[in-house]
Design a protein around this ligand. Structure first.
Ligand code: ZN
Length: 88
């Protein structure tokens, strides 16, 4: 089974309340590209008390669009039963 990025559903608010082992991922809503971003990069860009939704407004994709969605989560294996519609 392959590991994939699993965003948490929690609304963290600001950077400083997010666990330090979390992975930050930016997805571009315009072109769909996903890339991992370093926490330090985000802290340097906006400060460690910045709200995620404020930071994502500053992020620009390589396609030129400012349509970033910033997510915090972990790499893991998706639970096989979640998202499955054909339960017997
Ligand atoms: Zn893009």
């Amino acid at each position: 089974m392959s590991r994939k990025f699993l965003p948490t559903n929690a609304d963290f608010g600001s950077l400083n309340v997010i666990p330090h082992d979390a992975i930050f991922m930016v997805r571009c809503l315009a072109c769909g590209e996903m890339r991992e971003v370093n926490r330090l990069f985000l802290e340097e860009k906006a400060g460690h008390t910045a709200q995620l939704k404020v930071i994502e407004k500053r992020l620009k994709c390589s396609c030129g669009q400012k349509a970033a969605k910033l997510m915090a989560g972990y790499y893991g294996v998706e639970h096989p039963r979640l998202g499955s519609k054909d339960r017997s």
